[in-house]
Design a protein around this ligand. Structure first.
Ligand SMILES: [Zn+2]
Length: 162
């Protein structure tokens, strides 16, 4: 299946910079908690299931390490869709494969005005986020898988009388 790529309308690095600089700024309007920071948003999703893979997401210092050897020992390494082994990395730190990340339903580079819009945010694990990046079909494929499994479970429950 082809992976359609849309041209970004804004300078991606500039948008990313704005996003990074606001990680500790209360700029997300949570309907229950009021204004929270992106960091708090992630922390609130600790131990919640990832909507894509269903694995429990993790958050916090203890789910990262500076040592690649230690990261491997802890099982942070995983196989990407292309078959290559990978470990989530940011700066000098290696992270748990199901670490919480914030995904923008509408890409922040294309819709910067929705960058901190609560309804445009979704917590997804880092591993799924990696798979999702640059693959606009990802969400659709997952929804399709979900529908197929729903169909199967319904058919099992209500077998065809013929
Ligand atoms: Zn996931």
């Amino acid at each position: 299946m082809s992976k359609p790529r849309l041209d970004t309308l804004y300078d991606t690095s500039e948008i990313r910079d704005i996003w990074e600089k606001n990680q500790t700024v209360p700029c997300i309007k949570d309907p229950k908690e009021g204004l929270i920071t992106p960091n708090t948003y992630r922390a609130n999703k600790n131990s919640k299931p990832c909507p894509y893979c269903g694995k429990k997401m993790v958050h916090g210092r203890k789910y990262s390490t500076k040592s690649k050897t230690e990261a491997r020992r802890r099982g942070y390494e995983y196989k990407r869709v292309d078959g290559k082994l990978d470990i989530n990395q940011a700066g000098l730190l290696y992270f748990h494969q199901n670490y919480v990340t914030i995904d923008h339903k509408l890409n922040k580079a294309r819709f910067p005005e929705k960058m901190f819009d609560y309804d445009n945010l979704e917590a997804i694990c880092w591993r799924c986020n990696n798979q999702k990046s640059d693959n606009l079909m990802f969400e659709l494929e997952h929804k399709l898988e979900h529908l197929k499994s729903l169909k199967e479970s319904v058919f099992k429950r209500y077998p065809n009388p013929h």
